[in-house]
Design a protein around this ligand. Structure first.
Ligand SMILES: Nc1nc2c(ncn2[C@@H]2O[C@H](COP(=O)(O)OP(=O)(O)OP(=O)(O)O)[C@@H](O)[C@H]2O)c(=O)[nH]1
Ligand SMILES: [Mg+2]
Length: 814
């Protein structure tokens, strides 16, 4: 196997390979016998399988897996391979220990799955952002140098963005940065419960370039933790400006930033961290405006300085023990000496920048993993041979980070960032960092992100609507002999009396589809923070309106109707003029027109034959009876919105028939008076039919206005329901979080970890205050929504129907 491919394998897969290569032919045979005797796999199935294939089968059956290697250990012991059995046990312990911690805090390691139809990515990490002199090779999962290209800019890796897009829920982003070759990738891997999820280097040259993302995440109840590994600040080939760009991007994308370095830092060491001062120049909160250092706090991640290889206790000048955080803040970051000294050194500036930018600054330490060079060089394979204090420190770190993890907040208060939003933000920020004339602005980027997400949610809603409509319309139109047009609106009382098969109406299907799609849409947009208190329901309503406008556009129109006698009629009403629904109404009209024309012609065909070669007893009276009968049949069988239009269009055919009768001498069979009386009767009848048609049209239009009001009310009601759901969920989540945090504080106190207990308590108090405020705001919004609904109901009650022209009055018959 090529080494690049081998490198991207998980430690478990590597161990399977190693076992396979190590076992002799005889041992493999015994392995198969053991498996069949204990009924794990039937012998016939394993006959020609390699050990690696057998392990895959056991994984597929759930008999082997992460933290579940007991069977393999037993098998190896039975084969007298005690060394390999120990390696299996070690790996299982590492994975089990950390995964138990995850589980206790409600998290589970999960592999990110690409969206449907997309290829899975190779390896346990993938570059998210790369310098332009490197390129991602999707088939190997590795990164290659681009020959002859100088590093000048950064670029996003589409495959990684696609993975992120698949995370619809809020994300918490844990990123690590710091000098090269200080064990950043290693510690990040340990947080996931493995040892080499992120590529480690064992040479002096830097291993990680750009910003990498773990393809495994920690999936929690309320958010998913995504891990980002970054290239070392001072990596070979990167200039100071490029270091600053990587730091800017890491800071903007994360919600918890770990700065990782070796040994205890001293004030003077800050000199090298000028990129933190650059942060203020490299980012702005509001587009085009200079931002005060302290204004970043609201949006920047929590900051944890992780000191590696530290075993000494930290003490103040009176030899009193200090916590690492106290040490970092008072001895390293805070300005020392005389405050009146106007010369601020570079170290002072860096310290001030770190303390001002980040909402919380803490410090943690880890001891040196091992003194053995061999172990250090292959640290991923030696988790259990490491200094126990180091491993304990790793556990403490995992607990602290999980306890503090929060969903990344968006620009607006109360909003959160989903994986999908993060992928858009990554691209926007990279574009701004690359452009020498631009600096990333938080407000602009957030606005753009929300717009893009709203648009994509709208597109998805439109697709869903069309999928539903196409399927339902086809189903409703289907008959044994083909397809029939649908009525647009529900039948009027008159029409119900006509025996017509009761079918769903086009508008009925449309309303049901809009209702379903709106529910799904509201659920979706709720995730990306437009439910925030600041924007609240107004924006939500606007975006729902925008989506519904894509589905149907109506216009209050004065519609022209031309009566048969040439009289023009004007009608006020709400008419479907566009949106996706329009195509269905148009198609249905076409279908109705064809269907009714064919029906009419079929009914008239027989009568025409009678006129052309009249049977012996055929007279004018008979003709009129046949015509009346044909009309009755037409009224019963015609369907769809064009049925009366077709009837009107066909009227001249009937006139032609009558003229033919005159020519053929039937005229003398009836008296002039009879004809006159009959004509008058017919015209009166036609006028009556037309009047009914027009009245029905007015009713349809009134109904459409009514429907529009109903949809608005329905949307509001759904928003109220969703708001209530959110409030209840928030209340329940808070109760659970509160209980968990109290239990955690108690545990920390019991374990004599007063410092961590204090931090946890403070955090709990902050959150309690925030929740109180948020609940108040949400209750107000809820009340506002209810008021709005009441107002809408009142408005509808007081709305008079549009003036209804009297067709009989206007439609005079000459
Ligand atoms: N001294 C020391 N070395 C460590 C520690 N953890 C890991 N290492 C070693 O540091 C080397 C580099 O580890 P990585 O995790 O790749 O370090 P990195 O900071 O990601 O390196 P770059 O990506 O190249 O910047 C490996 O040989 C590890 O064995 C530690 O806590 N202390
Ligand atoms: Mg690295």
């Amino acid at each position: 196997m090529a080494s690049a491919q081998c490198d991207s394998l998980s430690p478990r897969s590597k161990l399977y390979l190693k076992i396979g290569q190590h076992l002799s032919e005889k041992q493999v045979k015994n392995l198969k016998t053991l498996l069949s005797t204990d009924h794990h796999i039937a012998k016939g199935i394993t006959e020609n399988a390699t050990p690696n294939e057998i392990f895959s089968m056991l994984e597929d059956d759930g008999k082997l897996g992460e933290g579940n290697l007991g069977l393999l250990k037993d098998l190896l012991t039975s084969l007298n391979e005690s060394q390999l059995a120990k390696e299996v046990e070690d790996l299982e312990r590492v994975q089990t220990d950390i995964s138990e911690l995850h589980e206790k805090r409600g998290f589970k390691v999960e592999e990110l799955k690409p969206k449907e139809g997309r290829e899975a990515v190779k390896g346990s990490s993938i570059p998210l952002i790369l310098p332009n002199d490197r390129k991602y090779n999707a088939s190997t999962g590795g990164v290659e140098e681009v020959p002859g290209v100088q590093r000048e800019s950064l670029q996003v890796v589409p495959e990684a963005l696609k993975l992120l897009e698949g995370i619809e829920e809020p994300v918490s982003v844990l990123a690590i940065c710091g000098p090269s070759r200080t064990g950043k990738s290693y510690i990040l891997s340990r947080l996931l419960g493995t040892a080499d999820a992120f590529e480690l280097g064992h040479r002096m040259d830097p291993q990680t370039f750009g910003i990498w993302m773990g393809t495994k995440v920690l999936r929690g109840k309320d958010f998913t933790i995504v891990l980002l590994d970054t290239e070392g600040i001072d990596a070979v080939g990167a200039s100071a400006g490029q270091d600053a760009s990587i730091l800017v991007l890491t800071t903007l994308l994360s919600s918890h930033l770990i700065y990782n370095s070796l040994n205890v830092p001293y004030k003077g060491d800050l000199e090298k961290l000028q990129c933190f001062i650059q942060l203020a120049k490299g980012v702005t909160v509001k587009h085009g405006q200079k931002t005060k250092m302290s204004a970043f706090r609201e949006f920047f991640p929590n900051f944890l300085w992780l000191l590696r290889d530290v075993s000494l206790k930290m003490q103040d000048k009176n030899r009193k023990d200090m916590t690492p955080t106290e040490y970092l803040i008072t001895k390293v970051l805070r300005r020392q000496g005389d405050d009146d000294d106007i010369d601020e050194s570079t170290s002072d500036k860096v310290g001030r920048a770190i303390l001002s930018f980040f909402p919380s600054v803490e410090c943690a330490t880890l001891e040196r993993p091992s003194g053995d060079r061999e172990v250090m060089n292959n640290i991923a394979q030696h988790t259990d041979s490491l200094n126990p204090e180091f491993n304990e420190g790793v556990h403490d770190l995992v607990v602290t980070l999980l306890l503090k993890a929060r969903a990344k907040r968006g620009y607006h208060k109360g909003s959160t960032v989903s994986g999908e939003a993060l992928s858009i933000m990554a691209k926007e920020y990279v574009d701004a960092v690359n452009d020498p004339k631009a600096i990333p602005a938080l407000d602009n980027t957030w606005q753009k992100t929300i717009e893009l997400m709203q648009n994509s949610a709208i597109e998805e809603a439109v697709q869903q609507y069309n999928k539903r409509m196409e399927a339902q319309v086809a189903e409703a139109q289907r008959t044994e002999n083909g397809k029939v047009p649908l009525e647009e609106n529900e039948a009027t009382e008159d029409e119900i009396n006509i025996k017509r098969r009761q079918q769903p109406t086009l508008m009925g299907l449309h309303r049901a589809s809009v209702k379903k799609v709106t529910g799904m849409f509201l659920e979706k947009v709720g995730h990306f923070g437009i439910t925030s208190e600041n924007q609240g329901t107004d924006e939500k309503k606007t975006v729902v309106d925008k989506m519904q406008k894509r589905l149907v556009q109506r216009e209050e129109r004065t519609v022209d109707y031309v009566a048969e006698d040439g009289t023009s009629m004007k009608l006020e009403g709400s008419v479907v003029t566009g949106g996706e629904l329009f195509q269905y109404t148009q198609q249905n009209k076409e279908l109705s027109k064809g269907f009714c024309q064919r029906l009419f012609e079929r009914l008239l065909d027989q009568i025409e034959k009678h006129v052309e070669s009249p049977p012996p007893d055929f007279d004018f009276q008979k003709l009129m009876e046949e015509l009346a009968d044909a009309r009755q049949q037409y009224v019963e069988q015609a369907r769809g919105p064009e049925k009366w239009v077709v009837l009107q269009e066909m009227a001249h055919k009937i006139e032609k028939l009558q003229a033919n009768i005159e020519k053929m001498g039937y005229q003398d069979k009836i008296t002039q008076e009879q004809k006159k009386a009959h004509d008058a009767e017919k015209k009166a009848h036609d006028a009556d039919v037309r009047a009914k048609e027009r009245e029905r049209e007015i009713k349809d239009l009134l109904k459409q206005v009514h429907d529009m009001h109903q949809t608005q009310q329905q949307t509001l009601r759904e928003m109220i329901q969703q708001y209530e759901k959110q409030m209840n969920k928030m209340k329940q989540d808070w109760q659970e979080r509160l209980a968990a945090a109290l239990q955690m504080i108690e545990e920390l106190q019991k374990a004599n970890r007063a410092e961590q207990a204090k931090i946890a308590r403070e955090q709990l108090e902050n959150e309690r205050a925030f929740m109180k405020e948020k609940t108040k705001k949400m209750q107000k919004k809820h009340a506002d929504l209810n008021k709005e609904l009441e107002a809408l109901l009142d408005r509808q009650k007081n709305t008079n129907p549009p003036p209804k022209p009297s067709w009989k009055e206007k439609c005079t018959i000459s």
